[in-house]
Design a protein around this ligand. Structure first.
Ligand code: PMP
Length: 450
């Protein structure tokens, strides 16, 4: 383990939440270069009333910022880094591949190695196509589902995120209508209207919509454990209901396991809940920290993809050798005995420790966790859908975020995100985090938090 980097002078609690001089300098320039200073919105820290740190490097459970300050990382690049930063096996595999060339635009053995592992992990996938992001995978799966079923409508659930393709950047319309409305300017109303948006975990509404319109629906997309409104597990029987009704109506069931794939279990949420979706979307852990996405499923459906079939989808950097090698190395490490058991133990202790700290300080909080993904909602009572999630006290979350960052713990900069525990979060690191959490909870209760 590396020696701790120099902390802020005097170790004052709030200092680590403030940008150091180098981050401040880079941030000033980044704001002139990039919209909002960033290349992906949530990184700007706007939801938590702070300014982002520039990260120079990561090692195991730690991030080091441009001023050399160390943080325990509970974001893990938003999920991919389940082994922690710069895991030696992943780094070695990527280096070895890179030395032989960065891209060929032609088949390579690393694709076969990763493809073999994916199909072995998820028996519902009989064929897979690699792409470069979760967005690209979800967008392609929707096109394929529409082509295969010769239907136009798709169903998604409120609070689930499937990337930023037009058809999926859609929210629930008002009142009783399930017709989607664009969540971003630039998404046309006519396209959004082909996406029906239903409440997550609501079986009655789902049954009604499938009864009325099931035969027009090409695909039902779901995060089997929602992670993009904070973690919201499926209610008992919800996923089974989706499976049954889609089978009856001929719609494809698409599991978006971008976050949950190789996270909640090696075989993803479909292994835990024992459901075989028609199509699965993957990304994040699959790429070992490199840009990789994938979609796959029954051979009969996947055969429609070009060049075997007529549904067009392509990518210059798809199956990139460095990314494939890194992904295959990461999956090899994850397949070793005991990894998920250890992740479960450290995640349980860390997440429950957060909850205990907040309860002791009398701050209302609700913990949702599936394996090594979790969210503490600043909410009085259960969170089982988007409406409940959005009743959380986001101001309190901002205080919690800043109070922990100030003590060297890096959480997702939004209430509506999961935090991730990695295999590099050893019991000693968890202790370090929980000591910070107890002090942070008292600060939240006092209405403080820098
Ligand atoms: N689906 C899910 C469930 C996700 O969590 C994300 C990203 N967080 C995406 C799709 C989109 O992936 P990407 O950011 O790689 O485009």
């Amino acid at each position: 383990m590396p020696a701790p980097a120099p902390q802020a002078p005097g170790g004052a609690a709030a200092d680590l939440a403030q940008q150091g001089p180098r981050s401040r300098e880079l941030w000033a320039e980044a704001q002139r270069l990039f919209p909002g200073g960033v290349n992906s919105p949530v990184r700007a820290f706007r939801a938590v009333g702070a300014e982002p740190l520039f990260i120079e490097r990561g090692e195991g459970p730690y991030l080091y910022d441009a001023d050399g300050r160390r943080y325990v990382d509970l974001v893990g690049s938003w999920g991919p880094l389940i082994l922690g930063h710069a895991h030696p096996a992943v780094v070695a595999a990527a280096k070895q591949a890179l030395e032989k060339g960065s891209s060929f635009g032609a088949p390579c053995e690393y694709e076969v190695q990763l493809g073999r592992r994916v199909l072995a992990a998820m028996p519902a996938m009989e064929r897979v196509r690699f792409v470069s992001s979760g967005t690209e995978a979800a967008m392609s799966a929707v096109r394929l589902a529409r082509a295969y079923t010769e239907r136009d409508l798709i169903v998604k659930f409120e609070g689930c995120y499937h990337g930023h393709a037009d058809a999926l950047l859609v929210a629930a319309g008002s009142g009783a209508t399930t017709l989607g409305v664009p969540t971003s300017p630039g998404v046309t109303a006519s396209l959004a209207a082909l996406t029906l948006v239903l409440p997550f975990n609501d079986m009655e509404v789902f049954d009604r919509v499938m009864r009325e319109r099931g035969r027009e629906i090409a695909a039902v997309l779901v995060e089997p454990v929602a992670g993009n409104m904070g973690v919201v597990p499926p209610r008992f029987g919800f996923l089974e209901r989706l499976r049954r009704r889609t089978e009856e109506s001929g719609a494809l069931l698409v599991f978006d396991e971008v976050m949950t794939g190789f996270r909640v279990a090696y075989g993803g949420a479909q292994a835990i809940y024992d459901i075989r979706p028609d199509l699965t979307i993957l990304s994040k852990i699959l790429g070992g920290g490199f840009p990789v996405g994938a979609y796959g499923g029954r051979a009969e459906i996947m055969r429609r993809i070009a060049p075997e079939g007529p549904v067009y989808q392509a990518g210059t950097l798809s199956g990139n050798p460095v990314a494939m090698a890194a992904g295959a190395a990461q999956l090899t490490e994850l397949a070793k005995a005991g990894v998920y058991q250890r992740l479960e133990e450290s995640s349980a202790r860390l997440a429950e420790g957060f909850l205990d700290a907040l309860r002791e300080a009398k701050v209302p909080a609700y913990l949702a966790r599936v394996g090594s993904m979790a969210t503490v909602f600043f909410h009085d009572g259960e969170v089982s859908d988007y409406a409940q999630a959005t009743r959380s006290d986001t101001q309190a979350y901002g205080r919690w975020f800043r109070a922990l960052l100030g003590r060297g713990v890096y959480l997702p900069p939004s209430q509506f995100e999961a935090f991730f525990v990695s295999a590099a979060h050893t019991p000693a690191v968890v202790d370090e985090v929980l000591a910070a959490a107890r002090a942070a909870a008292r600060e939240v209760a006092a209405g403080g938090g820098a």
